[in-house]
Ligand binder design. Structure first.
Ligand SMILES: [Zn+2]
Length: 90
């Protein structure tokens, strides 16, 4: 599955933004900017957030997106734990 939010700078450097039929390779990650994949209102092509990074996992995100990513990571952890509990029961 394609990850929407890199958690390490190594992952961020490999990430591409805005891939679509007209631009299959998308754009490269720009260091120093928040690593989040954003959609603007009138645009269906995602692009890298233009705010400065410095928050969240590996300080890759702006403050707003750091909160979203940390919540997502927390949710995934909880789901994985719930799955393990289920596996333990059955
Ligand atoms: Zn951002």
């Amino acid at each position: 599955m394609k990850k929407r939010y890199p958690l390490t700078s190594a992952e961020a450097r490999k990430k591409r933004y805005g891939e679509w039929a007209g631009n299959p390779k998308g754009s490269a990650y720009v260091p120093g900017r928040c690593a989040y994949d954003c959609f603007s209102k009138n645009d269906f092509i995602p692009h890298q957030c233009s705010r400065r990074n410095g928050n969240g996992p590996d300080k890759l995100y702006c403050r707003q997106h750091a909160q979203i990513v940390e919540r997502e990571v927390e949710n995934e952890k909880r789901q994985a734990e719930a799955l393990n509990v289920l596996k333990g029961v059955t």
